[in-house]
Design a protein around this ligand. Sequence first.
Ligand code: ADP
Ligand code: MG
Length: 320
Amino acid sequence: MSRVLVALGGNAIQRAHDRGTWVEAVRQMRRTAPALVDVVRLGHELIVTHGNGPQVGNLLREAELGAPEIPVPPMHVLGAESEGQVGYLIALELGAELRRQHVPRLVTTIISQTEVSPRDPAFRHPSKPVGRFYSASEARQLRARHGWVMRNDPSRGGWRRLVPSPQPLRWVEGPAVRRMFDAGLGAHFVPVVTGGGGIPVVRGRDGRYHGVDAVIDKDRTAALVATQLGADTLAIVTDVPAAALGYGGSHPAWLGEVTPRQLAGYLARGEFGEGSMAPKVESGLSFLRHGGERFIITSIPSLSSALAGRAGTRARRATR
Ligand code: ADP
Ligand code: MG
């Protein structure tokens, strides 16, 4: 039985033109679930991770609007809320599809913490925009009141809050989940882990973890999770069927089977979008360097053909 980590992109939960209602999310996850059940039916152990951008954005906005009455929780708490929310969504719909197909596995969400270094340079250079756009005067107020770092992006609608995006070092709950799987429990459970990259925590001198206001790239955490669990396959599922060369041009060349070396070359050449496809490819390469067997980039409809080697962009560990 091989161990597969599927990392779901935002579009598995919310499509670009959706308003972000619960009904839309349920409908979209209902479309996603059969492809995940296929992975199980192919005989694999399955672990799922996912993004949380739109969900955490909404929670931030809610907190802001509720501020006169209800204390605003720190951002890492909103990260925990979004893990619960999306985990519940996946449990509902994937759980229903597993039962419908008589596959006896339980979807269990693990509210996950991801350790980052307090000395990560990202803390000195917040770079990841979160939440809505603000006017210049609102931006001034927020900077003064909460010490937020704000950046103006006039072409897109104004000022936005920037938070650090540090490197994930360690998935805190990983070793326990690894033991669970190594004991054979992967035949009974589908864990949903490190949603939104996991809640960023730093380890204090007292040995305790403390949440920090930051966001971790979910694809980077996915590579770490796959490595920590000793997964054979990392499948990053997004809204395009594969990675391409000349993407955005008139003749994109979709990549099928490639070597890690080729991928690294394309990455260095700037073929993959900064903040979208590049982190996926970087994560895949990192997974393969750390002992992973196989890395796939594909879309939900192509997932099972990609696992069978017939679709998606696929790379295997370099053999000497
Ligand atoms: P997710 O929510 O799944 O992480 P992203 O938007 O971050 O989705 O990344 C997927 C997007 O990457 C695609 O929709 C596509 O627009 C973009 N992209 C950038 N470069 C490439 C490329 N070379 N090949 C394919 N897609 C690319
Ligand atoms: Mg992304």
